[in-house]
Design a protein around this ligand. Structure first.
Ligand SMILES: *[C@@H]1O[C@H](CO)[C@@H](O)[C@H](O)[C@H]1NC(C)=O
Ligand SMILES: *[C@@H]1O[C@H](CO)[C@@H](O)[C@H](O)[C@H]1NC(C)=O
Ligand SMILES: *[C@@H]1O[C@H](CO)[C@@H](O)[C@H](O)[C@H]1NC(C)=O
Ligand SMILES: *[C@@H]1O[C@H](CO)[C@@H](O)[C@H](O)[C@H]1NC(C)=O
Ligand SMILES: *[C@@H]1O[C@H](CO)[C@@H](O)[C@H](O)[C@H]1NC(C)=O
Ligand SMILES: *[C@@H]1O[C@H](CO)[C@@H](O)[C@H](O)[C@H]1NC(C)=O
Ligand SMILES: *[C@@H]1O[C@H](CO)[C@@H](O)[C@H](O)[C@H]1NC(C)=O
Length: 371
């Protein structure tokens, strides 16, 4: 599926990247960005909760401004940051929990967006509570984690919606929200946890129920003003260093990746149905993360990567007691589970501007063009 013919748009977009990234000018193209999901998008939520999934220590953040560990599961920025940058913001909006304690800050920030994402979380409330290792864009949780699951993230958003309405009035709030991006990256942790316990037995049924829950959650967002949805699907989780280690040949664990693809197919069908139900007042853009990552893995050099199988950061939790690779931009994986900053940037650029092979039916930037 990922033939060489489709790789050119990705590459072109990739080489444009450095330009837009180095300017820290804030010139918003949209009023606000609201971000939900797992560690792909977490910018510090888990620093505020009793979770084992924390990235608040070195080597995390070593390529972030001032080499600061912020809670991002990356050596620098993550996909939520790069998307925000592409839409003209400085970086991702702040975590909801970081704003909660400071009313002034809270009021100043929320009209530009909030980040609710929490590493280890899933679409299901039960995800993120097991003793599991979780893969790729998502994070490892041990003991009883307390990730903020998607339903709780939505409850938090509903309060923000109320706060905006009190501050700005109903009409202005509706106008801001309907022109804002609602970015969600979820599902990997749910699939992985199910796989960990049950392998592939009953997986199709499980995915159907997962999509049904996800649909209700998207409806909650719609009922609270969201109109433009940017959604990232599940990557080939069987290809992360942690799961490759379970294959004698070092290849990807193929049986779980069948379900990453199934998730995408069912998600796509659900979104088509939902848009139809809402008579076109809802717009969405669905990123085929599976295709994006698979293409990089099969053509690493084309995208500037030299190592797409191993983790740059050797120690399990990226602790300074381990070592870290000097050439981080050449690695697809930062740790056992998460992409490097470079890979996250490529992901965001693809979501923002790539062709239908990777984002369907339109790319994220297209969501904001009037037809
Ligand atoms: C809010 O402030 C209290 C008291 O200073 C502190 O204990 C708590 O951890 C803070 N919560 C957040 C989410 O920052
Ligand atoms: C999930 O949690 C939310 C609260 O965050 C709750 O309203 C909902 O009923 C829960 N769903 C299930 C299936 O338990
Ligand atoms: C935001 O709204 C919630 C729910 O209505 C309320 O409890 C909270 O005090 C509000 N926060 C601010 C800063 O107004
Ligand atoms: C494994 O399957 C059982 C039976 O269908 C189900 O109750 C359980 O929740 C599944 N495990 C996970 C982690 O989803
Ligand atoms: C392990 O990797 C090889 C490719 O190197 C692949 O052919 C095989 O199916 C993989 N095994 C499993 C269990 O996924
Ligand atoms: C990729 O990186 C891992 C971990 O640093 C290392 O063990 C492996 O040999 C590297 N593979 C290649 C092809 O360089
Ligand atoms: C992405 O969408 C924009 C419209 O915003 C369009 O101009 C562009 O051609 C799309 N990218 C690709 C590679 O199709």
């Amino acid at each position: 599926m990922a033939g060489t013919g489709v790789s050119t748009p990705l590459l072109v977009i990739f080489s444009l990247s450095t330009v837009s990234f180095l300017h820290f000018a804030v010139s918003q193209k949209i009023p606000a960005i609201f971000i939900f999901g797992d560690s792909t998008a977490d910018v510090g939520t888990n620093n505020f909760i009793d979770s084992k999934a924390k990235a608040d220590h070195p080597y995390y953040g070593m390529d972030f401004p001032n080499s600061k560990p912020t809670g991002r599961f990356s050596n620098g920025y993550n996909t939520a940051d790069f998307l925000s940058i592409l839409f003209g913001f400085k970086r991702s909006p702040c975590p909801f929990l970081a704003l909660l304690n400071d009313t002034k800050l809270f009021k100043r920030h929320i009209q530009y967006g909030v980040n609710f994402a929490s590493g280890g979380s899933g679409i299901l409330n039960s995800t993120g509570k097991l003793v599991v290792s979780i893969c790729f864009f998502t994070h490892l949780l041990k003991e009883t984690g307390t990730a903020v699951h998607l339903s709780e993230q939505l409850q938090q958003y509903v309060t923000v919606h109320q706060n905006l309405t009190v501050m700005l009035g109903e009409k202005a709030t509706a106008s801001i929200l309907c022109n804002s991006l609602f970015f969600i990256s979820a599902g990997s942790n749910d699939i992985f946890e199910y796989y960990k316990t049950n392998k592939t037995s009953g997986m199709p049924k499980f995915i159907t129920s997962l999509i049904s829950t996800y649909e209700d959650q998207l409806k909650t967002l719609f009922n609270n003003g969201a109109r433009k949805f940017g959604i990232a699907s599940v990557p080939p989780i069987g290809c992360c260093p942690k799961l490759r280690a379970k294959n004698d040949t070092g290849g990807c664990l193929n049986d779980v990746d069948v379900y990453s693809r199934m998730f995408f197919t069912k998600l796509k069908a659900m979104l088509i149905k939902l848009q139809d139900e809402y008579g076109g007042t809802m717009k969405y853009s669905l990123g085929n993360t599976y295709e994006m990552v698979s293409l990089i893995i099969t053509n690493p050099l084309l995208y500037g990567f030299k190592n797409v199988t191993g983790a740059c950061c050797k120690e399990k939790f990226c602790l300074p007691s381990g070592s870290v690779c000097p050439n981080r931009d050449e690695y697809l994986f930062w740790d056992q589970f998460h992409p490097t900053q470079k890979a996250a940037e490529l992901g965001a650029l693809t979501l923002y501007g790539a062709s239908q092979t990777f984002v369907t039916p339109v790319n994220f930037s297209r969501l904001f063009l009037n037809d």
